[in-house]
Design a protein around this ligand. Structure first.
Ligand SMILES: NC(=O)c1ccc[n+]([C@@H]2O[C@H](COP(=O)([O-])OP(=O)(O)OC[C@H]3O[C@@H](n4cnc5c(N)ncnc54)[C@H](O)[C@@H]3O)[C@@H](O)[C@H]2O)c1
Length: 237
């Protein structure tokens, strides 16, 4: 199950999972783009379900997970990718409404999706949860204090939850991208020059998807409770 699967890292992750033969549950509020990704994924011969769903809507999230379990039997992997990040407000100009909305989507939404799937994972003693945080949650980004706070929370949720469930077979990890250039429909490897990394370029959607895929795989069977930065060696400004 991948949230925020319509575009960017979420879309790339969905398609990379499909390429490896995983059935998919795709969630997003952007229905049109989501259904297109779903059709794209099916070309790899996997089952793919797409649900227009706001991750902050508790009832809907539970409904989606119930329907997905009915159709696919179980959910083994959850990628909590949906988030808001584009607003750049100076701290003194930011509003309570903005802070609440960011926490609602980026933190509570992630909580709701995780809670909806984790019961089944614990019952089967198998699960992989990968949260998408950000370098903003580690170093903090100016004019994104609200966003940085939510991603710091996601990193803390990852390590704390891992301590509760690792010994029961559910491995929870986090990836923290630096700057990522959005791909278009043809090119998930799109990158452009960036002064924010020592590699001198942004990361691509596919590079992020590859890391998520690795953490979801059995090759990552001894990794839990980690936040892995994928940032081309970030300049910590
Ligand atoms: N792009 C970057 O430079 C960058 C850097 C660091 C971290 N990240 C993180 O990576 C993740 C993906 O970012 P991106 O830039 O690839 O994608 P994006 O921000 O372009 O898209 C996010 C997706 O989430 C969906 N979404 C937003 N609110 C939702 C909600 N309430 N319910 C369901 N879906 C919702 C959107 O419709 C969209 O499809 C996010 O968690 C973001 O914080 C991105």
């Amino acid at each position: 199950m991948v949230t925020g699967a319509s575009v960017g890292i979420g879309r790339a992750t969905a398609l990379c999972f499909a390429e490896k033969g995983a059935d998919l549950v795709l969630v997003d509020i952007n229905a049109q783009a989501l259904f297109a990704v779903c059709e794209e994924a099916k070309k790899f011969g996997v089952k793919a379900l797409a649900f227009e769903c706001d991750v902050t809507d508790e009832e809907k999230v539970n409904e989606v997970v119930a329907k997905a379990n009915e159709e696919l039997g179980k959910i083994d992997i959850l990628v909590n990718n949906a988030a808001l990040w584009r607003d750049r407000s100076r701290f003194e100009e930011s509003s309570t409404q903005l802070w609440k909305r960011y926490f609602d989507v980026n933190v509570i939404g992630l909580y709701l999706c995780t809670r909806a799937v984790i019961g089944g994972m614990l019952e089967r003693a198998y699960g992989r949860i990968i949260n998408v945080a950000s370098v903003a949650g580690v170093y903090g980004n100016a004019k994104m204090v609200h966003y940085s706070a939510t991603k710091g929370a996601v990193i803390a949720m990852t390590t704390a939850l891992a301590k509760e469930v690792t010994d029961r077979g559910v491995l929870v990890n986090c990836v923290s991208p630096g700057s990522v250039s959005p791909s278009n429909e043809e090119d998930m490897d799109y990158s452009k020059p960036s002064e924010l990394s020592f590699m001198g370029r942004t990361g691509t959607d596919r590079e992020n998807a590859n890391l998520i895929l690795f953490l979801a795989s059995d090759d990552a069977s001894y990794i839990a409770g980690q936040n892995i930065q994928i940032d081309g060696c970030r300049k910590k400004m």
